[in-house]
Design a protein around this ligand. Structure first.
Ligand code: HEM
Ligand SMILES: CC(C)=CCC/C(C)=C/CC/C(C)=C/COP(=O)(O)OP(=O)(O)O
Length: 297
């Protein structure tokens, strides 16, 4: 995209769109809950600063992702309206915005909170940009399995911001999001398959077919369920969390099973896939919320 083809100067809404605010809301929520579930009470101003750093760091990662992949975003219907493919912003501006925001978030985290939190925040930004976006996304259908680790770090960052350390519970929360990501994303990929195929992105339904993707969704749900419920029997969370985890995970399992057992979807509504995708988001909100409520009562 050259400046000659740009139609409009970017305004603040375009910079906000670069940060993928809707996806980031859940990323930030899991970070907040990781912080609030820690065994020490963090000073509110420091706590707010830590969450701000996670939000800015995640936003920076989103901007750098969009800077790198404006070519494929242009091809996919879902993403063609983003500031870069739509020609409302120069790629350079997105790059500068992303790098500046990333540096600011990490430095502020290091200065105001601690180096452990700053290091994990750095790792998650680098992981999302270099490992997922630049290296794996265009090369292998395992892109989101490995790259999904980037989005699993926030509870560890929140916990580390409060305690200066990591522990078993935030590691389990990392595992939960890590194992949740394949069912979350592949459910969407099933009904967005044509977009990904058009863009030449080797997502699992495109490369291995729908049948394999459905089975993989079912398979990942099993260890995900174990990670979700584990804090209760391990004594890291109480009964309230345990009950919420068992019930919401059972619903997740039933929906995933429905998706796994479907043989075809050609020409139909893909309703079970869309329902699983939507529920996957609600599920993490409820689970992390329950963890904090359980911790504080
Ligand atoms: C590699 C891992 C992941 C991939 C490839 C992925 C992919 C996607 C895609 C393509 C969408 C649709 C977004 C849109 O309509 O613009 C989406 C939605 C969403 N994702 Fe993920 N996701 C991943 C991990 C995560 C993680 C870790 C979280 C948070 C913990 C998350 C939270 C969300 C939320 C909240 C939405 C709904 C956004 C909306 O309402 O528009 N995702 N995801
Ligand atoms: C610093 C920090 C906590 C970083 C978080 C990393 C992060 C944002 C993880 C979420 C993953 C995500 C938004 C995937 C979207 O996939 P995609 O980029 O393939 O989606 P797209 O097709 O919509 O661009």
């Amino acid at each position: 995209m050259t400046s000659a083809t740009l139609t409009l100067p970017a305004d603040w809404r375009d910079f906000l769109a670069l940060t993928k605010p809707r996806v980031m809301s859940l990323v930030v929520f899991t970070g907040l809950c990781g912080m609030l579930a820690a065994p020490v009470t963090i000073d509110p101003v420091l706590g707010f600063t830590a969450i701000l750093c996670i939000a800015l760091g995640a936003g920076a990662a989103g901007a750098l992702n969009q800077w790198y992949e404006s070519d494929i975003d242009l091809v996919m219907k879902r993403t063609a309206g983003r500031p870069l493919p739509a020609g409302r912003m120069e790629r350079q501006s997105a790059l500068h915005f992303g790098v500046g925001l990333a540096a600011f978030s990490v430095i502020l985290m290091g200065l105001a909170l601690n180096l452990v939190a700053a290091a994990i925040l750095t790792a998650s930004i680098l992981f999302y940009v270099f490992i997922y976006t630049i290296w794996l996304k265009r090369r292998t259908p395992q892109n989101i399995v490995i790259g999904g680790a980037a989005g699993a770090f926030p509870p560890l960052i929140g916990w580390a911001a409060a305690t200066g350390d990591v522990a078993t519970l935030p590691i389990l929360l990392f595992a939960l999001i890590f194992l949740w990501t394949p069912p979350h994303f592949w459910a969407l990929a099933l009904f967005m398959k044509t977009d990904y195929a058009a863009a030449g992105v080797p997502m699992l339904p495109v490369v291995a077919g729908e049948r394999t993707t459905r089975v993989q969704i079912g398979l990942y749900t099993l260890p995900m369920a174990a990670a979700a419920i584990a804090p209760w029997p391990l004594g890291l969370a109480g009964e309230l969390y345990g009950i919420v985890a068992v019930v919401t995970t059972a619903v997740f399992g039933a929906m995933a099973l429905q998706v796994a057992l479907r043989t075809t979807s050609a020409g139909d509504t893909m309703r079970p896939e869309k329902r699983l995708f939507a529920y996957s988001i609600l599920y993490l909100f409820i689970l992390f919320g329950a963890l904090v409520v359980d911790h504080w009562i």
